[in-house]
Design a protein around this ligand. Structure first.
Ligand code: FES
Ligand SMILES: [Fe+2]
Length: 422
């Protein structure tokens, strides 16, 4: 899976985290310890976390004059990982050439610094995700740590059938304005939607159909999974949202949460509503977080987390909130971080899927697993992921509509452009 991931551009950090010559950020992506920074000219760099001299962490270094200087003996590296100064070596000009470190290509779009960690000759264009092409004023972008394998996060994302249970009643608890309470149709909500999944050239589209008060009309929510780890979530109203699940290592995932409006900038009020943490992002705080093996990453962590039982209230749970936990992501994170048999036994990361009993409503999860396994097998046989050669396949978005069509294929045939957001 790691080899496959290295064919794609990966969200690495927020653009707003790094200013010219500001403190570097400690990252771990695909199990590699890295440091991200912005040099004096505004270029971003994501390079090896460790100085090649005595393996000190460059995080402690000086970000100055177009490079990151190790504070131990002064060796200095540019955004590409080239060694540009060796002040304690006599024949520095010659030695510098041999002292370069890993420096991955980066790009900026959609308020995110992206990194490409794959073979140089295979580097694609950025995926044409709708939000990645918008000005940052139109996007609300955050990232936070979840302590599970990335696939558990993604599977929760595309598992529509849990929404009617795990996330019941949250909106009321927060007294949110109606434009942010958009899961269902007007009128009584149908708790057992019928799901149809159709594979597409970017992953799959999932239509979830609910009955409405009008027997001749159905309420459809259309969501997408885009390989390898993006979601585009349907909202009846504004804003559109989704997440990217970027592996930190086998046991941790960086969730990038995006809300966006293609037409206009967010208002302060709208950002304030998002900050309440009822949906995504959760209530988060910046943190230097120590991973199990001792390496520290610069990230954000949920204020409600496993260390405080996700601030669960049994009283609130008794009164009707399904979990007694406030916040959609808090509810997801609580459950996903508790799935230890699936998260894998440490060390080794063994993932015991054989103990699961999947049912019909797990079709989206099953489809995603099969698709990913096929992509791995294809790559082993020399077939590159087609999404990489044609990044325009990512140009779809989630939506929610009322329609007389009861079957998804009929709906797609009649109003494909509207449904897919093309
Ligand atoms: S350890 Fe970095 S310069 Fe010596
Ligand atoms: Fe959820």
């Amino acid at each position: 899976m790691g080899t496959l991931f290295r064919r794609f551009w990966l969200p690495a950090m927020l653009s707003s985290e790094v200013e010219p010559d500001s403190p570097p950020r400690r990252l771990r992506i695909l199990g590699e310890d890295l440091v991200g920074f912005r040099d004096s000219e505004g270029r971003t760099g994501i390079i090896d976390a460790y100085c090649p001299h005595k393996l000190a962490q460059l995080f402690w270094g000086r970000n100055e004059e177009c490079g990151l200087r190790c504070p131990y003996h002064g060796w200095k590296f540019d955004v590409s990982g080239n060694c540009v100064d060796l002040p304690n070596v006599e024949d520095a000009a010659n030695a510098k050439r041999k002292m370069g470190i890993t420096g991955y290509p980066t790009r900026e779009a959609g308020g995110v610094v992206w990194v490409y960690m794959g073979p140089k000759d295979k580097m694609p264009d950025l995926p044409a995700l709708e939000w990645a092409g918008l000005p940052v004023e139109n996007i609300d972008m955050t990232r936070w740590l979840q302590c599970t394998n990335w696939l558990q996060g993604l599977e929760g994302e595309i598992d529509s059938s849990h929404v009617s249970f795990l996330h019941r009643v949250t909106e009321k608890d927060y007294e949110l304005p109606s434009e942010f309470t958009s899961y269902g149709p007007p009128g009584p909500v149908d708790g057992a939607p019928s799901l149809t999944v159709r594979s597409t050239d970017y992953g799959f589209v999932c239509g979830s159909r609910r009955r409405t008060v009008n027997p001749d009309e159905f309420f459809w929510r259309i969501t997408h999974w885009l390989v390898p780890f993006y979601s585009m979530i349907a909202n009846h109203r504004y804003p559109r949202t989704g997440r990217a699940w970027v592996p930190v290592d086998d046991y941790n995932v960086m969730t990038f949460g995006y809300s966006f409006n293609a037409e206009r900038a967010f208002t302060e009020h709208e950002r304030a509503v998002l900050r309440k943490g009822a949906f995504f992002p959760p209530r988060i705080a910046p943190a230097a977080y120590k991973l199990d093996d001792g390496y520290i990453i610069d990230t954000w962590i949920g204020e409600a987390n496993a260390g405080n039982d996700f601030l669960m209230s049994r009283d609130v749970q008794r009164k009707g909130n399904y979990t007694g936990i406030l916040g959609v992501n808090e509810q997801d994170r609580c459950i996903q971080e508790s799935q230890r048999s699936i998260a894998g036994v440490r060390p080794g990361g063994f993932v015991d899927r054989s103990r699961e009993k999947l049912v019909a409503s797990d079709v989206p999860v099953i489809t995603a697993r099969k698709t990913l396994l096929k992509m791995i097998a294809d790559l082993e046989n020399g077939i590159e992921p087609p999404q990489v050669t044609d990044p325009s396949v990512y140009r779809v978005h989630g939506t929610a509509i009322l329609s007389r069509h009861g079957d998804f294929d009929g709906l797609l045939a009649e109003s494909r452009a509207e449904v897919m957001g093309l």
